[in-house]
Ligand binder design. Structure first.
Ligand SMILES: Cc1cc2nc3c(=O)[nH]c(=O)nc-3n(C[C@H](O)[C@H](O)[C@H](O)COP(=O)(O)OP(=O)(O)OC[C@H]3O[C@@H](n4cnc5c(N)ncnc54)[C@H](O)[C@@H]3O)c2cc1C
Length: 470
């Protein structure tokens, strides 16, 4: 008879749908642990294959990409359904805002408007939680021993919380911090991307310890997660080979540039042992375009939650024309929980926050392309999986075949980018040559660029004309 652990592996893990969140390790007596695989992506593994005793613990019930009873709608409806409005795109909401933190240096320290760190600090300093769980850089010693630049960590002081600001486009997993929560009573706030927050909600349904201790979830708007190789890909273009990177800031503000034209800052060692430190506009770096999805976690292709719909409050970038020109960065904010709503309103009244109330449709507009990829694009990917007779998770989006021929091709090339980039980078690392990565990506890159070119549009017009006039 199938047990829970083998079902998880045969469906989610082997199918390429594991996001590597680590929640499956947190159920009591879990036989699983997390490790980075050869592509720099976290996956679970079985600690002791011979010990089948604990193989029936409900790992599929907490996995955000398995077919469990709950989805983002049912989870969020229970928490916010009574008093929030609902939209198909952003989920439940009671307030939607755009702006930034006006006090202190939260905004310059943060990636967008600094609200992430500010809200977490408010929860802590008001005594609403004892600890904050967020993602911080490892020390040089930690980096050397664990071979990762960033990790989920527990913050127990304002200084710790502030040291966690900035977006880490880097894989992280929660097994360590979930173990900390189990062993240390107290209350916690956690920040995470949508599927990680969903996983926390699922875990809280299975185990009251997490339900009682994790009091607030702050969600990030999410495009997708990257492998560790994304940081290496940038660093290599500064002359820092993989393994020699010591520091990376994925979101360095460049004064005078629009907010979405930020820089990437790195420090590490060149092959001759000299220290390299540099900043380049992200658009000058190969592989920067998020729409292409280089080194993306494959599971993200099967996500339908852009706005962390199960979080008490969600923050993202205000990618809207009226805010883009401000290089310091602007947040969009979706408030769901009542207590967090009070904190935001108090912050606005006191002048600590500079926020405009905006219609929810503006929040939707700020993430148009991400939404298209996770609605129409996902529907098409689900259709392709079904056609191939492969297992895939149930989503809130239904499979759809009939979309425009151009977008069919765009979604197919994006899938190719995800598949090919991981193995191409591995080969480049083995051969110690970044150009190999580029040459393996180039055929797909060129076709993708062609789909957005005038040549494609002209040819398409010609085909339509000939068809209509034949
Ligand atoms: C992988 C990823 C993809 C994203 N995609 C989009 C997108 O497509 N569109 C969009 O509008 N916004 C996206 N964001 C969110 C955006 O980059 C900012 O994080 C967000 O706007 C908050 O900025 P801030 O200045 O308010 O927060 P800050 O004050 O900088 O605080 C950010 C908080 O997030 C935590 N954090 C950083 N990295 C991670 C991580 N990987 N996992 C969990 N917590 C983390 C930090 O520890 C800190 O507590 C993404 C973020 C990540 C990490």
């Amino acid at each position: 008879m199938k047990n829970e652990v083998s079902t998880l592996f045969e469906t989610v893990v082997d199918g390429g749908y594991c996001i590597g969140c680590g929640v499956c390790t947190a159920i009591k007596n879990s036989p699983l642990k997390m490790k980075l695989n050869e592509y720099g992506v976290y996956v679970p593994y079985i600690i002791d294959e011979s010990n089948k005793e604990n193989f029936n613990i409900p790992v599929t019930e907490v996995c955000p990409f398995s077919n469990n009873k709950e989805d983002e709608n049912t989870l969020a409806q229970k928490k916010y359904g009574e008093y929030c409005k609902y939209s198909d795109e952003i989920g439940y909401y009671q307030g939607t805002y755009a702006g930034y933190v006006a006090e202190g240096n939260y905004r310059t320290m943060g990636s967008s408007g600094g609200l992430g760190t500010w809200v977490l600090e408010q929860l802590f300093s008001k005594g609403m939680v004892d600890y904050v769980i967020h993602v911080r850089a490892n020390s040089t010693e930690e980096k050397e021993s664990k071979n990762v630049m960033f990790e989920y960590k527990v913050a127990s002081s304002k200084e710790d919380i502030r040291n966690g600001s900035k977006s880490r486009y880097y894989p992280i997993e929660m097994s360590g911090v979930l173990d900390f929560i189990r062993k240390n009573s107290g209350t916690y706030a956690i920040v995470g991307v949508p599927c990680f927050i969903k996983a926390i909600r699922l875990l809280s349904l299975q185990d009251d310890l997490y339900k009682n201790r994790v009091r607030y979830c702050v969600g990030l708007v999410c495009g997708h997660l990257k492998s560790t190789r994304f940081a290496d890909m940038f660093a290599w273009q500064f002359g820092i080979e993989p393994g020699k990177l010591d520091y990376i800031n994925f979101r360095k503000e460049i004064s005078g540039n629009p907010a979405n034209q930020y820089g990437v800052e790195v420090r590490g060692l060149a092959p001759d042992g000299k220290v390299v430190h540099g900043i380049k506009p992200v658009r000058e770096l190969y592989g920067f375009l998020w729409g292409k999805g280089f080194l993306k976690n494959e599971a993200c292709e099967f996500c339908d939650d852009v706005f962390s719909e199960t979080a008490d409050l969600t923050i993202g970038d205000a990618w809207l024309p009226q805010y883009l020109n401000d290089s310091y960065g602007t947040n969009i904010v979706i408030v769901r929980d009542n207590e967090l709503s009070e904190i935001i309103k108090e912050g606005m009244e006191s002048g600590q926050l500079h926020l405009d109330e905006i219609p929810y449709t503006e929040v939707v507009r700020s993430q148009e392309s991400g939404l298209r990829h996770r609605r129409e694009g996902l529907a098409y990917r689900l259709y392709l999986k079904d056609r191939a007779g492969k297992w895939r998770p149930n989503k809130r989006v239904f499979p759809k075949k009939n979309i425009s021929s151009k977008y069919k091709l765009i979604y197919k090339v994006r899938m190719k980018f995800v598949q090919v980039s991981h193995s191409a980078f591995k080969i480049a690392v083995e051969k110690k040559d970044f150009e190999i990565f580029k040459s393996l990506m180039e055929p797909h890159n060129q076709f993708f660029n062609y789909l957005y070119s005038n040549e494609y549009t002209e040819r398409k017009k010609r085909r339509i004309y000939l068809k209509e006039n034949n």
